[in-house]
Design a protein around this ligand. Structure first.
Ligand code: V0V
Ligand code: CO
Length: 142
């Protein structure tokens, strides 16, 4: 069902400071910056590697406020790994298959994600404490 790890999401208090760290420590490059009001985040994607199954990224996430998923996460647990995003070919189909296994979905239908992707989250309580995201990259136009 999973094609690759698309990204690992990391909660941080200050996006610009975290970007500067990843650039200087690991030489990663920012390929996208977006504000996603629906998800309550200001985020940046840093490219890690390209593979046949697609690219992989680190996603740095700064909360837009305390009453957002990432804001609540940082208040409870501090900065750190927030979620794992797996690449899938078809999010809607993957959601159906996963729900049939009795795993709780946070999103019953795909939402707008970074860089034009369709995304959906699974509840961490049903995935061993790991917030899990499905990512369907936009179709290539070239
Ligand atoms: C919360 N919990 C987590 C967690 N966040 N466990 C593991 N990983 C996380 N990231 C635990 C928390 O410790 C509590 O456990 C329990 O879940 C309930 O948490 P809460 O603080 O009371 O918060 P809720 O229930 O209001 O919300 C938790 C959920 C929420 C996971 C439902 O954060 C959510 O809907 N997340 C999905 C959307 C999201 O995260 N968006 C930001 C990334 P205890 O203490 O009761 O044991 S946006 C993104 O990735 C984009 C745009 C992209 O990739 O393109
Ligand atoms: Co994500």
């Amino acid at each position: 069902m999973f094609l690759r790890i698309d990204h690992v999401g990391i909660a941080c208090r200050n996006l610009e400071e975290s970007i500067a760290f990843y650039e200087s420590a690991f030489g990663l490059t920012v390929v996208s910056r977006e504000v996603n009001e629906e998800q309550g985040v200001r985020e940046a994607m840093l490219h890690v590697a390209d593979a046949e199954a697609g690219a992989s990224y680190i996603q740095l996430l700064e909360p837009l406020g305390p009453d957002t998923p990432v804001g609540k996460f940082i208040a409870k647990r501090g900065e750190g790994v927030h979620h794992v995003g797996y690449g899938v070919a078809d999010v809607a189909k993957a959601l159906e298959e996963i729900e049939a296994k009795g795993i709780r979905l946070i999103d019953r239908r795909p939402r707008h994600g970074s860089m034009g992707a369709s995304i959906a989250f699974l509840h961490p309580k049903d995935v061993g404490g790991v917030l899990t995201e499905l990512v369907e990259a936009p179709r290539r136009t070239t």
